[in-house]
Design a protein around this ligand. Structure first.
Ligand code: GLN
Length: 556
């Protein structure tokens, strides 16, 4: 019977694969996501097929409705799922595309259970956390294991910290999973913190012991402890943790604070994480191929040059809001052997203090995605500054929309041109909802989400960057370029370098008489990976480096 139709208390059937569950203890933000992604990389580089799932205990169905100020960036997959930003780390590390199957939330699980209850699927039974909610969680892991890529390893990371009320159904589901799949196929990794007490000059193991006690109360015995620590730990501490946590000393891994997150897999390789995981599964541990990764990490940590980029946005208070942009810059820097110093500039400060004052220090200016009118005039002023001063400019999503509005106003003579998102009755709605969208818009859910194709014009900077005509990029927005204005803007010198071949929607614009002025309606940052840098970020940073070198040598 298909998993979706399984009723009542029937036991779920577990697909053949190896399952690793990653839990967190003591405090949040310990880097469970990076640990999971690192293990994924270390297994993949040994030739295994790996996928990673994030189980989020919150009740939102997905993070799409959460404020970026609270939750950070919403990460969009090819299939249009709005997911947790940890999926971005997974993709950037293991260089595989995630899908909606890779993120599950309590909200989704309960939604499915309640829907089945309404459909009468439970045949009059009492619907309970155990087994109905836990079975649904188990199913979601199995569904990922059954995906066409046929992963050999499924790493599941659960959000939050052991002891949180809302993560209990997940941990209980993992306990049952262990019983169903058997000890040969399931491993538990617990990521904890060893706080350093300066007065005693010691790292303390007690919080880790307590966290493992809590896990054991729930019925889970970790096989491996990954201990985050600011100071190195010696044999004595490893033995102590091992003794109290019921593991052997070699299964205690020290995860030292690293200069770059991309160093973490290399550090965990030294701790023999993947080798121990494979041994515990009774599998052969081959040597991993990490040369390329190492080379890039070396350039991140010891770059020979530097460039200054200003990102003019709205959510600058919380860097996680633009997580993937920050990471894409690191990837470009690793490729170009340059540090990319990113400064986040509040668009409202540009309104207050003027573009010249706020932006003159930068070699390149980027305007990222965003929603709502606050700061939009500051963004338009930033575009104007970049265009007029010939500073390399990169507009992403809202950044394209602002670039179009600026050009329409100041070059094409369409006075006060704007997006209808900010001025619904604007005289020149250069950015607007599409006719078919307007009705739906009133009902709420209307975003263009996920992967769409784009056809690039030869001879443009866009084509030069990608080196091909047909590309696929991920979207998350409502408003579009209004094709009514294509002709007048083209006449004024704007180049429409990328268009969706099916709907005729404008996906990329650029300017000719400018060193590098490119904007896209999609989010390229979501597809950049350390070993596979996004071509637009690469070209933008390269152009900014050239601009800097010209400035430094005075050859304007
Ligand atoms: N607010 C704009 C829109 O909905 C841009 C969205 C974005 O930048 N992601 O179209």
């Amino acid at each position: 019977m298909a998993s979706g139709q399984r009723r009542g208390r029937n036991k779920p059937r577990i697909p053949r694969a190896k399952y690793v569950f990653v839990t967190g203890g003591v405090v949040s933000s310990l880097g469970k996501g990076i640990t999971s992604a690192s293990l994924g990389l270390l297994l993949k580089q040994r030739g295994y097929r790996v996928t990673i799932m994030k189980a989020d205990p919150y009740l939102n169905v997905d993070p799409g409705t959460m404020s970026p100020f609270q939750h950070g960036e919403v990460y969009v997959t090819d299939d249009g799922a709005e997911t947790d930003l940890d999926l971005g780390h997974y993709e950037r590390f293991i260089d595989e595309s995630m899908s909606k199957l890779n993120n599950v939330t309590s909200g989704q699980i309960y939604e499915r259970v309640i829907q089945k209850e309404r459909d009468g699927d439970y045949l009059g039974g009492t619907v309970q956390v155990i087994p109905h909610v836990t079975n649904e969680i188990i199913d979601s892991i199995c569904n990922l294991a059954r995906s066409p890529e046929k992963p050999q390893f499924i790493i599941t990371e659960v959000g939050g910290t052991v002891g949180d009320i809302e993560s209990l159904p997940f941990l209980e589901a993992f306990r049952q999973f262990y019983l169903l799949a058997g000890p040969k196929n399931v491993l538990f990794i617990h990521v904890t913190l060893l706080p350093y007490i300066a007065a005693a000059d010691e790292v303390k193991t007690k919080p880790t012991q307590h966290s493992v006690y809590r896990l054991r109360e729930i019925g889970l015995q970790p096989n491996i402890i990954v201990a985050r620590t600011e100071k190195p730990i010696g044999r004595e501490q490893r033995e102590k943790i091992a003794l109290f946590c019921n593991v052997s000393p070699q299964d205690v891994m020290a995860a030292r604070d690293a200069e770059s997150i991309y160093e973490v897999p290399l550090n965990l390789e030294k701790e023999r994480l993947a080798e121990i995981v494979l041994k515990k599964f009774g599998m052969k541990a081959k040597e991993p191929q990490l040369d390329d990764w190492k080379k890039r990490v070396d350039r991140i940590v010891n770059p020979t040059r530097a460039v200054n980029i200003g990102v003019v946005g709205k959510y600058v208070g919380l860097q996680d809001a633009y997580k993937s942009i920050g990471e894409a810059f690191i990837h470009a820097g690793a490729e170009l052997d340059s540090k990319v110093r990113v400064k986040w500039v509040n668009a409202e400060d540009v309104e207050k203090n003027g573009a010249e004052e706020m932006l003159k220090e930068f070699d390149g200016i980027l305007i990222p995605g965003g929603f709502g009118s606050r700061g939009s005039e500051g963004k338009i002023a930033a575009v104007q500054y970049a265009r007029e001063h010939k500073v390399p400019f990169f507009g992403i999503c809202l950044g394209l929309q602002m670039a179009v509005a600026e050009f329409a106003r100041n070059v094409a003579g369409l006075k006060n041109a704007n997006s209808t998102e900010f001025k619904p009755r604007t005289r020149y709605p250069v950015i607007a909802l599409m006719p078919g969208q307007r009705m739906v818009a009133q009902k709420g859910g209307t975003m263009r989400l996920g992967s769409w194709s784009c056809h690039l014009k030869r001879g443009t900077k866009a084509f030069e960057a990608y080196g091909k005509e047909l590309i696929y990029e991920r979207h998350r927005h409502r408003y579009e370029f209004n094709n009514k204005y294509k002709k007048p803007l083209e006449k004024a010198g704007m180049l429409f370098s990328g268009v969706n071949p099916d709907e005729g929607l404008v996906e990329m614009v650029e300017l000719k008489d400018h060193p590098w002025f490119v904007a896209c309606q999609f989010h390229p940052e979501l597809k950049s990976r350390l070993t596979n840098v996004h071509p637009l970020f690469y070209r933008f940073v390269e152009a900014s480096l050239e601009a800097k070198e010209d400035k430094d040598t005075g050859t304007e």
